[in-house]
Design a protein around this ligand. Structure first.
Ligand code: XIL
Length: 393
């Protein structure tokens, strides 16, 4: 190796060392920040006492609110105590898989010209049998598209396919659906568009009017349903989530200018304590901005991932409960918030176990009931938030 190469070699080696040192410094400071966050969240003496004797749906209803949960046919049909807990606690049911194009073992759309309503009908019947409101999730999303979508859908037939899907699915349940997540997760500022929109197959196939089109088709197929735009990462005081909130507000303004039939915003509220700063006034301003457009707000997929939290279950449960109560006491102060839905009811069937597994491989504890259907402090926290919420006008 000649002198020049030796010099570059040495320089790149030193640079490598330097960047390793920088990376480990950043990692250390990030870990330190997260530890600091977690310590700030843990109060061993915090009070989660509740008045006994009322379910979550009863406590919500006393304030004119709805409490519900997502659930799957496969779990409701195989676990009677889980089904009983869903009925006892939830005045609303959200099929987690069955109203998507395809998800899990449910395939509403087995092919471009076929529909299989067996799973969706089972869930709709479960809700009707137990006098629960039914929520449709979701008609237009970049995820949960069947394998055939990529090869069968193009810019010439996409509008007709979307119209057929919405008209067929929405008309079948017209009058039975409280609210539809018409479009899900259409904003992703990291994709680099000026409008902050996610670059999805629907945007590429139909252009920026796909959102307005989806809402108009849904409104025509079921004039009674509340039509919702649903998204995530709208909760925390970070530059990225502030940018996303701004992009969502711009989307809503665009839709209202076009007189799109949109009635509500769904805030998924998948929360991650120990990672991001929660700033109640930032979140309350976003809620106020949405409400001032005349839109309602639903908390649509709430859970609290414990990925960054200590292994100790007692510590974890207290932190998670505190996150539930702090977040809900913030959002329920906004009169436009009409519903709180958790993404599951029991830790046994939580999406978080697949989406945010813990590095220590301990079972996750993100939801109100534990895996044995027993209430945890998170259940108390949600109950307290409903008990202390202002009554809806
Ligand atoms: C998730 C389900 O919980 C999973 O079981 C499935 O495999 C993928 O979809 N945001 C959404 C939900 O809007 O539809 C997603 O649900 C979770 C993230």
């Amino acid at each position: 190796m000649n002198q020049r190469h030796r010099l570059i070699g040495r320089r790149s080696f030193l640079f490598g060392l330097g960047s390793l040192a920088t990376m480990s410094a950043v990692a250390t400071s990030k870990a330190a920040y997260e530890n600091q966050q977690i310590q700030a969240l843990y109060d061993p003496d915090r009070n989660f006492i509740i008045t006994e004797g009322f379910s979550l749906k009863e406590r919500a209803a006393k304030k004119g609110l709805i409490y519900g949960a997502a659930a799957r046919q496969i779990d409701l049909s195989s676990n009677a105590s889980y089904a009983a807990a869903i009925v006892q606690n939830c005045s609303m049911l959200v099929p987690e898989w069955e109203f998507k194009w395809t998800a899990g073992n449910a395939t509403l759309r087995p092919s471009p010209d076929r529909f299989d309503f067996s799973a969706a009908d089972w869930m709709a019947n479960f809700a009707a049998t137990h006098d629960q409101l039914l929520r449709g999730h979701t008609l237009v999303w970049h995820d949960s598209l069947p394998e055939w979508f990529k090869t069968s859908v193009n810019s010439r037939n996409a509008a007709q396919l979307l119209e057929k899907h919405i008209q067929t699915v929405v008309k079948r349940y017209a009058g039975k659906i409280h609210s539809w997540d018409v479009v899900n997760e259409a904003i992703r500022t990291e994709d680099g568009r000026n409008d902050g929109w996610r670059i999805t197959p629907w945007l590429e196939l139909l252009g920026p009017n796909y959102i307005d089109l989806a809402f108009r088709l849904t409104a025509a197929a079921d004039p009674q349903a509340l039509l919702v735009y649903n998204d995530f990462d709208l909760d925390y005081d970070t530059p990225e989530q502030e940018a996303k909130r701004t992009a969502v507000l711009k989307l809503l303004e665009r839709l209202q200018t076009k007189r799109t039939p949109i009635h509500a915003v769904g805030i998924q509220a998948h929360l991650f304590p120990g990672e991001n700063k929660f700033n109640p006034s930032k979140l309350r301003k976003f809620l106020h901005d949405v409400a001032s457009m005349g839109l309602k707000i639903m908390i649509t997929e709430m859970d609290v991932a414990d990925k960054k939290l200590p292994t100790d279950v007692k510590v974890r449960d207290r932190i998670i409960a505190g996150v539930y109560e702090d977040y809900l006491s913030t959002v329920l102060d906004e009169q436009a918030v009409i519903a709180v839905i958790t993404w599951g009811l029991s830790d046994r069937y939580s999406y978080v176990s697949q989406s945010q597994p813990r590095s220590d491989r301990a079972p996750v504890r993100p939801l109100p009931l534990d895996a044995q259907m027993q209430p945890k402090l998170a259940w108390n926290a949600i109950a307290r938030a409903f008990d202390h919420a202002p009554r809806r006008n």
